[in-house]
Design a protein. Sequence first.
Length: 342
Amino acid sequence: MRPPGLVLGIESSCDEMAAAVLRDGREVLGSRVHGQDATHAPYGGVVPELASRDHLRAVSGVVEAALAQAGVAPEDLDAVAATAGPGLVGSLLVGLSFGKALAFRLGVPFVGVHHLEGHLVSAELADASLAPPFIGLVVSGGHTALYRLEAADTPPVLLGQTRDDAVGEAFDKVAKLLGLPYPGGPALSAAARDGDPAAVAFPRPLAGAPGLDFSYSGLKTAVALEVERRGELGPRDVADVAASFEAAATDHLVTRARRALRDEGMARLAVVGGVAANRRLREELAAAGRRDGFRVVFPPPELCTDNAVMIAAAGARRLARGARDPFDREAFSRGPLGPSAP
Ligand code: KG4
Ligand code: ZN
C-alpha cells in the first residue's frame, strides 16, 4: 500500500464540525473540533436544522484552522476525505459538499468515509500495536454494535447491534429524566460518582438471552418508573439513580463484549465512540480483561467523541487501497458498515 501523503479529513455527521490533517494516515499535524452544545442545550437534544445551519457558518473556519495548525496550505494536500454517513443528512451534506468541492478545486482524489469505520480506526491510531484480528465495540449516541475485524483490507463483520436505543442515547435520555444539564452522558457519569451503584437493582437488559444483540429501551423505562416513584428528587436520589443506571448500562456492554470475545476466540477488544470515554465502562472492561485474559484498547477521550482525525485516518486507508469516489457521491442517513456499506 502506498502512503497517501497529506490527507484532510472532515467530519460533520451530527453536531460537531471537525477537520484534521494527517500525514501518511497516522501522524496528526492539525485537528480542530467545533461543538454546538450551547445551541442545543435549551432543547435538551440536537435540533437537526440548527445543527446544519451552524455547520454552514463554521465549516470554512474549522478547515482553515486545522490547516493553519498543521502549517499546510490547501495546495499541499494530496487528498480529501469526508464522512458520507450515517448521520443527519443536513449536517453531513455541509462537510461532504465542502470536501468534494475542495478536492475538485485542488485536482486531488476524494473519498467518502463511513462514520463507524472512522470510530473503529481510532483505536488503531491510539495503539499502534493493535492490528486485526480483534473485536470492535462501537458505543456512541447513534450506535451500539459489535464487529469482528478480520484483516486490514476486509470489511468488518457485524456480530450484533442494538434492537432499539443506542447506549449513548440512553445516557442522554436518563440524564434528562434526572434534570441534569445537556449534554447528558458526561453529566450523568459525573453525578454517578457520588452515588451507590447498588441503590436500585435495575434489570440487566436481555438477561439470560443468547446472542450479541443489545437493548436499552426497557432499562430507560425502568429508570423513568423509578424517578416517578421517588417524586421530588434530591441530590442523593439523582446520584443513586445515575450510578445504578450507569452500572446496569455498562454491565450489559461488558457481558456482550466478553461473550463476543469468547465465541469468536479473540483476545483483543477495541472500544470506540463517545461512550468509550465513560470511566466506569473503562474500569469494568479493564477488570474483565484481567480476569478473562483479553487486552482492551480505548482511544483517548478526544478520539472517542466525534473528531476528524479518525475520518482522515480511515480515508487514508481507503486511498492507499486505491479507492476514489466520484464528486457526485451522496450523503446517507443510515446503513451498516460491512461488505454492502453504501
Ligand atoms: O461518538 P459520539 O461523539 O457521537 C456519535 O457518533 O453519536 O458519541 C456521543 C455520545 C453521546 O450520547 C454522549 O452522551 C456520550 O457519547 N458520552 C458519554 C460520555 N461522554 C460522551 N456517555 C457516557 N459517559 C461519558 N463520559
Ligand atoms: Zn460518532
